[in-house]
Design a protein around this ligand. Sequence first.
Ligand code: UDP
Length: 327
Amino acid sequence: MSSVLVTGGAGYIGSVTVERLVGAGHSVVVLDNLSKGHRAAMHEGVPLVVGEIGDRELVAKTLTEHKVEAVIHFAAMSLVGESMEKPGDYYQNNVVSGIRLLEGMHAAGVDRIVFSSSAGVYGEPESVPISETNRTAPVNVYGDTKLIFERVLAWEAERTGLKHISLRYFNAAGASGRYGEDHRPESHLIPIALQVVAGRRPELTVFGDDYETPDGTCIRDYIDVRDLSDAHILALDALEKGRSGIYNLGNGEGWSVLNVIDSVERVTGRVVERKMGARRAGDPARLVASSSLAIRELGWKPEHPELDDMIEAAWAWMMEHPGGYTE
Ligand code: UDP
């Protein structure tokens, strides 16, 4: 069992991971500036340090005080559209502040990190399913910041001996029961579709139905947030054994926007009012993962590979938290 610092532990994937880390017997401390995270998403008994990952001294002090052995680094700006409008903020937060975090780790003698990367590093994939050796060619600033930070980790490994695992997430979905998705504003397909059936939005706009896919809408690989979180815990074990690397995390199955809408209707028994709209900038047509490397090397095994299960969990969480997290 280790002592772990989770940056962004009050966010969506972070909060579920903290819950599961504690459940697995790890001791956890969270660093979050609460710009997107929620105090109400903090797991009970877990200390929260409110501050910036770019504050090297705060990072080193927190690591030392809590005798931390490894870091799981979620904290980042993560909206594709916003990244195209505010590239400076994205490079500053996701790259420069990330480097300061590494400096704080080095100062405190902590040499293991699990990094939240993204399928966004691939851009428009040359082939699907996408494996880790596919070409990386981001088509938006967000994906570029994630790819740059993966490279930063590799350089830091040469310089300091850092051990690092980057997890390239496909589309996180679902909820853990206690913790779920509450972005403000919300831009993701599944929560928006659920907000429509819950009567909190009039309709959903399908961003383009003229892609080269069977029904014309974009295809994504959705992965249950619980399975995603478990991969981080396995990555910690792998780091402890001296392994570094890059792993895709998805189910290897593609669901189109219309498939997702069908699933939401099946699970909720209600109609998703929708209209067709224009394509959204920066959206690749089809992103489907090959996760065979994570399965083989990390021993990862998704427990909730069915889209309906993820949507059912997200719906249950939304029913229990009709206004999202209330602070
Ligand atoms: N999408 C959509 N309408 C929405 C939100 C998303 O049609 O209101 C589409 C989006 O274009 C993409 C897919 O749903 O093809 C998943 O988008 P999301 O933002 O959930 O995740 P992303 O793939 O961008 O990480």
